[in-house]
Design a protein around this ligand. Sequence first.
Ligand SMILES: [Zn+2]
Length: 158
Amino acid sequence: MPRKFDESKRQRTRRNTPFDEKYERITESGCWIWTAGTTSGYGEHGGKLAHRVSYERAKGKLPPGMFACHTCDVRCCVNPDHLYAGTVKDNSKDAVERKRHAFGERAGGNKLTIEQVKQIIESPLSGRQIAIKFGVTRSLASAIRRGERWKLALEIAS
Ligand SMILES: [Zn+2]
């Protein structure tokens, strides 16, 4: 019987706890289960998505607009062998399949849809033009483009 991660083991970690002390390897599945804080099931490390951090540590920086996607479908898994770089199209396709394509984050009173996030990432417009068009701050627009705004990214990354 496969060993499962015991949720009660999830640790409270300090801000500076090293990445490698924040997951537990589940040998049967090969998953590295994040034991520190999570949001919406995804591990969080220093305000970033833990699986994205893990991917970039092992395989190099993700290009703009690319996301670290799971082959194992375990959101809190940070094993780089279970991660691949996918486009926002791959991710939104997955998201639609999972019927979680509607979401929003409050950004200056506005909620962005996944379609708008895609448009922002793919838009040839400048950050300033995007800020005006979508009613978001320039810093949020550029963070979305870099894939660094994890609260948004986690809804379309998996
Ligand atoms: Zn995994």
